[in-house]
Design a protein around this ligand. Sequence first.
Ligand code: S3P
Length: 447
Amino acid sequence: MSKKICKVAHQDQHVNSATITQIPGDKSISHRAVILASLSDQPITITNFLASEDCLNTANIFRQLGIQITQNADNTLVVHGKGMHGLTESRDLLDVGNSGTSIRLLTGLLSAQSFKSTIAGDDSIARRPMKRVIDPLSQMGAKITGQALPGKTDTYPPLTINGTSQLQGIHYTMPVASAQVKSAILLAALFATTATTLIEKKPSRDHTERMFETFGVDIKRDGNVIHMMPPSQLKLPNHNHIHVPSDFSSAAFFLVLGAVIPGLTLTLTNIGLNPTRSALIDVLRKMNANIHVTPKLSDGAEPMGDITVTGGILTNIDVPSEVIPIIIDEIPILSVAALLAKGTMRIHNAEELRVKESDRIAGIVQLIQAIGGQVEETPDGFSTHSLTTPQDFHYDAGHDHRMAMSAIILAIATGVKAEVKGCDYIATSFPNFFDILKSLDIRFSLE
Ligand code: S3P
């Protein structure tokens, strides 16, 4: 991918209020909807599917595994699943592109198929640690090999998976709070010969468990314990239909923009409000943000609603450790809010940020320094302070969509000029991000 640059101009004025109806579908739920629908034995229609590069890579992989999938212009996907045992071998490599969710979840699923698969992705994926899924899946009987990297102790993609229909269930305490690891195990456990019990030390997003319930899987949650029985087949969801709410993590960029510009009111419609995803609202409210949520009726397993935010003066807090796993994707944009708030924000226990699409602790520190802010980096987080004199900046977001969008929102919110490199990657999760900026009369160009 080339390195597209977004040049954000000095913003001398902005709209006073706007309703943003086009936040696209949720990335995590879109991946899971394609996976489960592919294992169903009747066609399933997925509406508000996120047609971003990451989720389209997942859909293409299922096409390679023999599933017919049609996509309509209005982000509706029809998946012609072939039942739980209908996937077939692909002789070609399965390419996830930039998507860590695809590689981790599919490694679980493919471990349990009676054929061999090789799965890989881009340069960022080639540096994402995979032992966290390989270890528990191997305990279930999976045969997975990957690559070593010089000076590192983990295992990295490409992965070769020698699938087997003889996986056993597992009783496993998760060492990292990770929905990708949890979901890889649960997808393998669908095909296991015995039940699976997972213990999460801290909760992580629960979309897989909710979608399993929708498909009739006997999965029970009791506090931090998840217990699941392998089904003989999946049940069809209501009307053979899954609706994907709009992505809270994408909405978060505009939630923060609205919260930090006094006088601005933004309303974001039909946003997913799963409590294991929307904790940024609570964090911003603790910082005195003015946020109003109107829940909406949802016919599926995932709550959704409209969010209205009115800008004001925020005050920084120490972010409690327990919420870190459920705001993990929002920490880059939260650091933007911190720079525009009074006082100091401290974030700890967030070492997982170092193994995302990029090392996001390093990326956040570079961004804060680029605009002239003060920041102290620790192995598991950072502290940052109210920004006194924002300066024009250049920033390279590498392969990281969320760092690129955070840098652009920071420039807009502070009114400085900025050049942000790596903006191609925004298409992995938020293909119409720039269209929304245009609709808000933000002055920028893309080169
Ligand atoms: C995701 C889980 C999280 C998150 C990622 C999407 C998912 O990763 O950061 O963007 O869809 O399961 P981890 O499981 O590594 O925390």
